[in-house]
Design a protein around this ligand. Structure first.
Ligand code: ADP
Length: 490
């Protein structure tokens, strides 16, 4: 099969969160299974260019219809750790992707609607006819309607679209002008609630809803979250659309790239280890303490790695820090936020705790440090308010750090409480709490600390059970192929 991914992120060149990991990891898995995969991305000025090999222009004059005129683009090609990537580089006054940032601009919906149109124009002009176009999140939600409304009649009759929703909270919204700009036009037609009109705001184009209605299949990133999105408020207003299209909607758990995340070979950590040589993990713990100026201690290191977004339960992250410190543990945080208020809040906390030898807050994005933290810590907290899939708990399991998570979304599908889960005891791999409040979090952290204190061997057995889990792309890769096959023959 020939699959083209159109996305706003791909690790490690353009990674803000899990979306980037998924695009890279899934593409790699599909290629290993013998399929041809190409990835189309915006050519941001802030790409990590050192990860692109042999970058060169392949389509100099791609004229993309836009806003009644045309915008000239250059499309570049390069390999990103073996993946074939095309980068769309528009030469317009708006400098869509030359803003020094991936996201966070006022005209976000225009930037990515343009990208969606440009990506399709590129496929069309370059004669690429993939069997499946796989789009991701709201940024590429307009690809499906653009394909079927504009490009199908131009000679792309057989292409099918699979759209994956990584986060329901961000749906992409714009006024009817985006319909004119992108070439779809006909607001009376497209803004109807049966199509891409937002269910709650009249006259608003909802990009994610557009994908739900027009794509041939829609997935989200865990089975549990697929259920939550349909049946609880976690669909953020899209529950009705999902119910209407339930026959083409499902959840597929994300995988982890087990080449990138492998404590046996990881180039970012000083000591390599396996279940059989679990004792060597202590060397990474020592290295982590040295790197972050933590004192030697018999307490466990609790870690949080992730975006500092309200979705992640930030009040609980801070409470985990307090609670760990007051119970003889240490705490390490690696995270960043583009929101000035949140950033300032954590900078204050960092300043306040600056001299505390039992904790370290690193505010920024640091791939290499993330690896050392997973390898060196004993517990990883993920107290999300909602979590479509979540990667940190899966990485933690892989690195023998015991996850302490809230039982929502993908966290619930991957972490099974040591004390009360209904899976057999030998499959239990962490600690889970239900309520997003302090007593909830404490109930799980206290049990983890008690096990650490009272029965270190049992704690290590729990960590090793986690390491034996297989959350690689093997199984999810097959599920996606099943979806592709299903839509190809319809
Ligand atoms: P989301 O997509 O909501 O950001 P996920 O849990 O799906 O969350 O993915 C987060 C990924 O990003 C994980 O691989 C995590 O280790 C990584 N990550 C998040 N913040 C940072 C950071 N500041 N530095 C390094 N890696 C980070």
């Amino acid at each position: 099969m020939f699959i083209v991914m159109i996305a706003s992120e791909c690790a490690p060149v353009a990674k803000v969160g899990g979306l980037g990991d998924v695009v890279y990891g899934l593409a790699r898995e599909l290629e290993i299974r013998g399929h041809a995969v190409e990835i189309v991305l915006p050519k941001y000025d802030c790409l990590r260019y050192e990860h692109i090999w042999n970058l060169h222009p392949v389509f100099e004059d791609l004229w993309v219809p836009w806003g009644g005129g045309q915008v000239r683009c250059t499309v570049w090609f390069g390999f990103v750790h073996g993946r074939k990537c095309f980068f769309v580089d528009p030469h317009s006054d708006e400098l869509f992707f030359n803003r020094g940032t991936f996201y966070g601009c006022d005209d976000e919906h225009v930037r990515f609607a343009f990208f969606s149109r440009a990506a399709l124009e590129f496929l069309h002009r370059s004669g690429k006819r993939p069997d499946v176009i796989h789009t991701h999140d709201w940024q590429t939600g307009l690809v499906a309607p653009l394909l079927f409304e504009l490009y199908q009649p131009l000679g792309m009759p057989d292409q099918r679209v699979c759209h994956t929703i990584h986060n329901f909270k961000h749906q992409g919204a714009a006024g009817p002008e985006i319909l004119w700009a992108s070439g779809l036009g006909r607001p009376d037609h497209f803004l109807s609630p049966d199509r891409m009109g937002d269910d709650w705001h009249t006259g608003v184009v909802n990009f994610t809803k557009a994908a739900i209605v027009f794509a041939n299949f829609v997935t989200t990133v865990s089975p549990r979250h697929a259920w939550e999105a349909r049946h609880t408020d976690q669909g953020f207003g899209l529950g009705h659309a999902l119910a209407r299209f339930h026959h083409k909607f499902g959840g597929i758990l994300n995988g982890l790239d087990y080449d990138v995340w492998n404590p046996e070979t990881d180039p970012h950590i000083p000591a390599h280890y396996t279940v059989e040589a679990f004792g060597r993990k202590a060397l990474d713990t020592r290295a982590l303490r040295e790197r972050l100026w933590l004192r030697e201690s018999d307490g466990p290191i609790v870690a949080y790695v992730g975006r500092l977004d309200p979705q992640k339960g930030l009040h609980l992250v801070k409470h985990a820090l307090d609670h760990a410190l007051s119970n003889g543990g240490q705490f390490v945080l690696l995270g960043s936020s583009p929101e000035p208020g949140i950033d300032a809040d954590f900078r204050r906390l960092k300043a306040f705790l600056n001299d505390n030898p039992d904790c370290h807050l690193e505010l920024g994005f640091d791939e290499s440090l993330a690896h050392l933290i997973y390898a060196g810590s004993d517990l990883v907290v993920v107290p999300s308010l909602f979590e479509p899939c979540g990667l940190p708990q899966m990485i933690a399991l892989r690195y023998g750090a015991v996850p302490v998570v809230r039982g929502v979304g993908g966290l619930r599908d991957t972490v099974f409480d040591r004390d009360w889960s209904d899976v057999p005891e030998y499959e239990r791999n962490g600690f889970v709490f239900e309520h997003a409040d302090f007593p909830g979090l404490e109930s799980a952290l206290d049990r983890a600390f008690a096990l650490w204190r009272d029965d270190r061997e049992a704690f290590q057995r729990l960590a090793c059970t986690g390491m034996r889990y297989d959350y690689s792309w093997k199984e999810p890769g097959q599920h996606y192929l099943n979806v592709y096959e299903f839509i190809r023959h319809r």
